[in-house]
Design a protein around this ligand. Sequence first.
Ligand code: SAH
Length: 398
Amino acid sequence: MKTIRLKPAKEKSLQRRHPWVFDGAIAKGGADAGETVRVESAEGAFLAWGAYSPQSRIRVRVWSFDEGQRIDAAFFKQRLRQALALRSPLQIASNGLRLVHGESDGLPGLPGLVVDRYGDILVAQFTSCGPERWKDVLADALLELTGLSRLYERSDASARALEGLPELKGWLRGAGETACVIHENGWQLGLDVELGHKTGYYLDQRDSRRDMADYARRFGFQQVLNCFSYTGGFSVAALAGGAAHVTSIDSSGPALERARANVELNGFELARATFLDADVNASLRRFLAEGRSFDAIVLDPPKLAPTVAHAERAARAYKDINRLAFKLLNPGGVLFTYSCSGGIGVELFQKIVAGAALDAGVDAVILQRQGGAADHPTALAFPEGEYLKGLVLMRRPD
Ligand code: SAH
């Protein structure tokens, strides 16, 4: 077994159960990609077992803090069992579910592994060297524990490059159609695990979409604008809640085609929906110039600040779209605004949105704070895993 010796006083974060060791904390030692290493303090005391990533700044990701733990097939099966047990009491109102959420599952979870379930298809993303090395073991255990037979790999995340791993995509176990329909909050939603973003769909926003339907029902939205609509999850939700009309904007043509199909699949007349293959920022400016206004607006942009280093530029981009949205919002209207940037915390996000309202000359109050759905938990010792935050804001009625 290879050993990684830390520099003096670098054991603190591991002792707090944080699951990462950065390259700068290491005094000596090395291993092959994904190999299990023993991490020790400068004094030689055991700290953790982890997977070694020779090229990544995150040089070791912890598998276990228990010295007696063997890192073998039985260990991975047990961790997967724990991930499933974490979710079984949640009673998620969908058959689209995140089963494994990397480090964020706690314990410290399964760093570098994300697994989503869409009906009877499992989709896995292996983002670091550890899970990459144990891929076959993990794949077999996943099928055994879920009783399913099909597992699609979506290891085409850009994070793989930081690990020196190539992007991979395809069936790992089983084969067949990559398109499927899941049910969520009582709606039918079509997606494609091969062609969709990430693993196919944004499961983390499930609760926010349910909330949208509730607000639409209570507020009686007439005109709804769904920006960054992807496959139209929020659009279907708004229509289900009784919204008269929803305009969906996305810069991905295939995503919009699916959004249109999803509106039809749920039995809503297409006359109640408009789909714009366009840039959101430009569209908001155009709507403003045309004097349009809306009763509800969703802003769910892609990750603009992956890390704190990108925060400043991202903050300007968030502020800009939020300012435009506030200007387009009718008095008494509701803005659903999100950030999935790990580099922008809850407080900063609120500050940005407050600045946007101020610049727009709009007075708004927070009706609700939102976050990722419960199958996307945050580990107490890994707060940086909390990436998704949302604010539901009401523009004060005149
Ligand atoms: N709200 C969606 C998820 C949004 S993901 C849901 O509930 O499923 C972000 C989306 O923004 C992606 O579909 C991407 O294609 C789109 N996008 C990224 N940049 C864009 C831009 N400048 N203008 C319009 N859409 C954009």
